[in-house]
Design a protein around this ligand. Structure first.
Ligand code: BJW
Ligand code: ZN
Length: 307
C-alpha cells in the first residue's frame, strides 16, 4: 500500500539518478497508460478516462460483458483500432533499448495496446500483466480457447462503427454519447470456434479476474533471485493490484530506489516516497525516459528509436 507522501529529496534530480543508474544491474519497470499517452492513447483515470459517457474502468469487467457484450465489444473494438493506428513512442523505444543493453532488466506493463512488442522489446524481458487487445479468448471460462495476434480491424463486420476514421477535428459518431448506438444484435458477435457456445472476448484481464499464474510466478522468481537495484514506476496511478504492489515487493530497504516517472509527479497521490533513496520525475514519460536512460542506451535517433 502507498504510505504518507511528501515531495522526495531526489525530486527531478537527474544527476543523482544517473549515479544510481550507473551502479544498477537489476532494474524492474512497472508501466501504465501514461506511457502510451504520447502515442495518442487515452489513460483510464482522470481526463480522457471516459468512453461515450461510461467510465472506462466500468466497462473492464466480466459483469459488464455479461450484461452488454455488444457495448463492451464496441469499446474494445475502438481501442484496438486506435492502438493499431498509434505508434510506439520514444518512451517504449527507450525501455526496449534498455532491455537490450541490460539482461537483468524486466519490464512489467499493464498496457494492452501492443506498443511494447511493436517497439521490439525483447519478449523474455516483458510481462504483459493485463494481457493484450490482440488476443481473443472464449468468454466461457472452462473452454480455454485463445487466439494470439488477431489484428482484424474491424474485428468483425458488426463492429465496423468502431473502426471508422473521421476527418481531423471531427468527432467519431460512436464517441458522441448524444448519438444513439445502432442496434447490433448479440447474435452478430463471433462465437468461440472451439466450444461453439461462448462469445469471443478480448484477451485482457478484467477486474476480479486472475492474472496469468505462470507469469506471476515468473515475476516473483525474478524479484526473489537477487536484489533489485531500481524500480521505475512509469505513467501509472498505481491503484490497481497486483501491479501496484511490485515496487514494494521488489524493495530491499536501504538499497532499492523506487523511481516515479509521472506527468503529475508533483501530486502526492502519484508518488512513491517511502525512503530517502527514492526519486520522482514530473513530466511526460516520452521526454523523461530517453533522458534518464541515456547513459546506458545512448542518444536516440531523430525518430525516437535506437537501432
Ligand atoms: C503520464 C502521462 C505521460 C498521464 N507521462 N505519465 C489488493 C488490494 C485491493 C484490491 C485488490 C487487491 N488485489 C486485487 C484487487 C482487486 C483489483 C484491484 O486492484 N482493485 C483496485 C482498483 C482497488 N484487482 C484485480 O481485480 C486484478 N485481479 C486480481 O488481482 O485477481 C485476484 C483477485 C481478484 C479479486 C480480489 C482479490 C484478488 C485484475 C486487475 C485488472 C485491471 N484491468 C484493467 C483493464 C485491462 C483491460 C483494458 O485495458 O481495458 O487494467 S483496469 C485499468 O487500470 C487497466 C490498466 O492497466 C489499469 C491501471 O491503470 P493505469 O495504467 O495506472 O492508468 P491510469 O489512467 O490509472 O493512470 C495513468 C497515470 O499516468 C496517471 O498517474 C497520470 O498522471 C499518468 N500520466 N499521462 C507520464 N504523458
Ligand atoms: Zn469456447
Amino acid at each position: 500500500m502507498k504510505a504518507t507522501l511528501a515531495i522526495p529529496k531526489n525530486y527531478n534530480n537527474v544527476a543523482a539518478f544517473h549515479e544510481k543508474l550507473a551502479a544498477s544491474k537489476r532494474i524492474l519497470a512497472v508501466c501504465g497508460a501514461g506511457l502510451s499517452a504520447a502515442s495518442g492513447l487515452p489513460t483510464f483515470r482522470g481526463a480522457g478516462g471516459l468512453w461515450r459517457n461510461y467510465d472506462a474502468t466500468e466497462l473492464a469487467t466480466p459483469g459488464a460483458f455479461r450484461q452488454d457484450p455488444v457495448l463492451v465489444w464496441l469499446f474494445y473494438a475502438y481501442r484496438r483500432h486506435m492502438a493499431l493506428k498509434a505508434k510506439p513512442n520514444a518512451g517504449h523505444h527507450a525501455l526496449a533499448a534498455l532491455a537490450k543493453k541490460m539482461p537483468e532488466f524486466l519490464c512489467l506493463s499493464q498496457n494492452v495496446d501492443n506498443l511494447h512488442p511493436r517497439a521490439n522489446h525483447p519478449d523474455d524481458q516483458l510481462k504483459l500483466l493485463h494481457g493484450s487487445l490482440f488476443d481473443i479468448k472464449c468468454f466461457n471460462k472452462s473452454c480455454g480457447w485463445i487466439e494470439h495476434h488477431n489484428y482484424a480491424d474491424p474485428f468483425c463486420p458488426a463492429l465496423v462503427a468502431a473502426s471508422e476514421d473521421v476527418e481531423p477535428g471531427k468527432a467519431l459518431p460512436l464517441l458522441d454519447p448524444k448519438q444513439k448506438l445502432a442496434k447490433i444484435p448479440e447474435s452478430e458477435l463471433p462465437k468461440c470456434p472451439s466450444c461453439k457456445t461462448g462469445l469471443q472476448r478480448p484477451g485482457v484481464v478484467w477486474f476480479g479476474e486472475q492474472l496469468d499464474e505462470q507469469m506471476l510466478r515468473d515475476i516473483d522468481a525474478w524479484i526473489d533471485r537477487h536484489v533489485v537495484d531500481m524500480v521505475l514506476v512509469i505513467g501509472t496511478s498505481s491503484v490497481v493490484y497486483p501491479a501496484a504492489g511490485y515496487a514494494e515487493k521488489a524493495r530491499t530497504e536501504g538499497h532499492t530506489s523506487v523511481v516515479t516517472v509521472n506527468l503529475d509527479a508533483a501530486t502526492p497521490e502519484n508518488l512513491y516516497q517511502l525512503e530517502d533513496e527514492d526519486f520522482a520525475f514530473a513530466g511526460d514519460a516520452v521526454v523523461l525516459l530517453p533522458q534518464l536512460l541515456e547513459p546506458v542506451i545512448g542518444p536516440a535517433n531523430g525518430d525516437g528509436t535506437y537501432e
